[in-house]
Design a protein around this ligand. Structure first.
Ligand code: ATP
Length: 651
């Protein structure tokens, strides 16, 4: 298993040209970093580590609960404590009852002297049952609230990470681990409560045993330690099995998503990809089954050994009890009570260890969760505090940018460029030449690397306050969001003062999105989410008109930088014409950047910048470049050339 999971770098050496060798087999979905840190965490699961960690985990679980719902948490703790006290009282009352019943004298005397203990036993049991119901109800209130808080905190932390984090190999993995941590929070609370309850009950049982005869205390350990050790050991086995199959689980999720997601549903059918993908699905699943089966067998072996040890301990305990009774060291009634207390103690220890290991295991994910919250997976946006106005000049010097990963060539190399207010600049270049990457850097979504610099009116972009900077940017990205929201919300996205529909309508009129909305039965209030009640689906062009209207809406609220990455790729000529005119009309007072593969559209720009393999290779007006030898002219000629080879004459 480990052999097939090595990285390509380990399998193949570097080539003389320094690039990675082609791997001999197809790459499969795997997280990119080889030594999973959780593997070492997994192997460190031990009884000692667990005992050391539990108090802090219990404290953290209670803190989460407290934060989610003060009152219920307080009541929960009180109910739990009271339940523990009544449990202890019930145990003492059982001892008292047995002592009274099994003591010397006539039955009526036994019953009379047992009455107070019996009453206490009954009342304690009844109150304990009532408190049990209260605990369950309160847990049911607090658990979901804890989960809600954890989930919202996680989403917020994720959205505050730098965009570049998504390109980092480790980010997905840390996000998923944190997500699992957030999902475990309600169980965490339940386990913490159970550990507390079992501990109270164990202390009570130990107290009873100590009162009966101190010699009985060691049996408490004999009866429960093997099971406890086995529980820790099996937790470790299962945890390691889970993390060993992390890649496969992630791959399953991704395959599953691709197969069932609406966006690809047509291609799943028309490309007949189902069997092919299901075979990959089964392969990944088979690996998980192999690992979990092996873990299951190992865990069963450990449990069997523990059961044998517990059996031997029980035999020893009975022998010792017989010895104590037969030598008159304890009475028959005390022996009966001891048996009862020992059973209670054993089940408390099992509860403690079982829930303790569960808590410990979940605590590992909780660590991931808190680590993510602290730093957004190590990528929290931390920039300067200068709040910019609309930039008059954006200066780019020696800008290079390389995405992480050994397969990646630098996307940008040594870019120098100056952009001025009121100017429309068209970025032209073949696929993969770096246009979208440059736009993301200009709009502050990525930060320059190394010596590269981007300044807004002389201020390095990293020194600008991130929110303030994004407030100055309106973008139509290449792949724009299709928000499952009503039509007007898809335009203003919650930012409006006054009538939200009217605000959206004005921007939509510039792109023809208003005509699309007019055809929807509920007009601007129509939910743009097909398959949901009252929902509707737009055409590809309809959505693109909405995306451009969204950017124009922001532009009307003053962004100094308008960025459009192929904004008309899905549009009919009429809609395209309308948008290009609007774009020109909006240009004064801001910097406008347009990426387009339709070179005729670049005519509206004041300046055309041509990119090739991450570099700027030409700059000039459209007319200059159209009449100069170079890449632009070559692409223009290709776009104009619509001659197709004549069909071959029939033989
Ligand atoms: N998120 C990413 N992670 C890694 N590599 C990326 C990422 N985005 C782009 N690249 C790589 O960077 C290079 C430039 O891509 P970019 O999207 O900037 O090109 P483009 O000129 O906009 O292309 P197109 O015309 O196809 O949209 C490409 O080699 C691409 O594979």
């Amino acid at each position: 298993m480990t052999e097939t999971r090595q990285t390509p770098v380990q399998e193949t050496g570097p080539r003389p040209d320094g690039r990675a060798e082609q791997p001999e087999h197809d790459e499969e979905l795997r997280y990119q970093f080889p030594g999973d840190k959780r593997a070492s965490v997994g192997t460190s699961i031990s009884s000692r580590a667990m005992v050391r960690r539990l108090p802090e985990l219990i404290r953290r679980s209670l803190a989460l609960a407290w934060h989610a719902d003060h009152r219920s948490t307080l009541l929960l703790l009180l109910a739990q404590a009271a339940s523990g006290v009544f449990g202890a009282l019930a145990l003492y009352a059982t001892t008292g009852t047995l002592t009274a019943l099994l003591g010397p004298g006539p039955v009526t005397t036994h019953l009379r002297s047992a009455a107070p203990s019996l009453t206490l036993l009954t009342v304690s049991a009844a109150l304990r049952a009532a408190l049990g119901i209260a605990v369950t109800t309160l847990s049911g209130r607090v658990g979901p609230r804890v989960n809600r808080d954890a989930d919202m905190a996680l989403i917020e932390a994720g959205c505050r990470a730098e965009l570049a984090a998504y390109d980092q190999p480790s980010y997905n993995e840390s996000w998923e681990a944190a997500d699992r941590g957030a999902a475990t929070t309600p169980d965490l609370l339940t386990s913490a409560q159970d550990v507390i309850a079992s501990t109270v009950s164990l202390v009570a049982a130990a107290g009873v045993l100590a009162t009966l005869h101190p010699l009985l205390l060691p049996f408490l350990l004999l009866g429960s330690v093997p099971a406890g050790l086995a529980a820790v050991r099996t937790a470790r086995i299962h945890y390691l099995a889970t993390i060993t199959t992390n890649d496969e689980r992630a791959a399953l999720r991704i395959y599953r998503w691709h197969l069932i997601d609406k966006q690809r549903a047509d291609q799943v059918r028309s490309d007949q990809v189902l069997d092919f993908m299901l075979a990959k699905y089964r392969k990944a699943e088979a690996r998980i089954v192999t690992v979990t089966d092996k873990a299951g067998r190992e865990a069963a072996r450990v449990s069997l050994l523990a059961a044998l040890a517990t059996g031997a301990g029980a035999a020893l305990m009975w022998g010792a009890l017989l010895f104590l009774v037969s030598t008159g060291r304890i009475g028959l009634a005390a022996a009966g009570s001891a048996t009862f207390a020992l059973r209670t103690a054993a089940s408390s220890v099992q509860g403690m260890v079982g829930n303790g290991t569960r808590l410990y295991r979940m605590g590992l994910y909780l660590d991931d969760y808190f680590a993510f919250l602290d730093s957004a997976g190590g990528h929290r946006i931390a920039r300067g505090e200068i709040v910019p106005g609309p930039p008059k000049t954006i200066e780019v010097t020696s800008l290079s940018y390389a995405y992480p990963g050994e397969q990646q060539e630098p996307a940008l190399r040594g870019i120098d460029l100056t952009l001025r207010q009121d100017e429309v600049v068209a970025l032209i270049g073949q696929n993969g030449s770096g246009k979208s990457t440059l736009l993301k850097l200009l709009s502050g979504l990525y930060l320059p690397q190394g010596d590269g610099r981007i300044t807004w009116d002389g201020i390095p972009i990293a020194d600008l306050d991130a929110d303030g900077l994004f407030r100055q940017v309106a973008r139509v990205p290449q792949e724009f969001a299709r928000w499952p929201l009503p039509a007007h919300e898809n335009i203003h996205l919650g930012r409006h003062d006054g009538d939200p529909v009217q605000a959206a309508r004005d921007a939509a009129a510039l792109t023809g999105f208003d005509e699309v909305v007019d055809r929807l039965r509920s007009g601007w209030r129509t939910l743009l989410a097909q398959g949901w009640q009252g929902g509707a689906e737009l055409s590809g062009g309809g959505w693109q008109r909405a995306a451009v209207a969204r950017a124009f809406y922001r532009t009307a609220r003053q962004p100094g930088l308008l960025i459009l990455d192929e904004p008309t790729s899905d549009l009919d000529p009429r809609a395209e014409h309308r948008i290009l005119h609007a774009l020109r009309a909006l240009a004064p007072g801001r910097i406008t950047l347009l990426v387009t593969h339709n070179l005729a559209n670049a005519k509206l720009a004041d300046r055309v910048v041509v990119m090739d393999q991450g570099r700027i290779v030409q700059t000039g007006t459209w007319d200059e470049l159209a009449h100069r030898d170079g890449l632009f002219r070559e692409l223009l000629d290709l776009q104009r050339d619509r001659t197709v080879p004549a069909p071959r004459p029939a033989p």
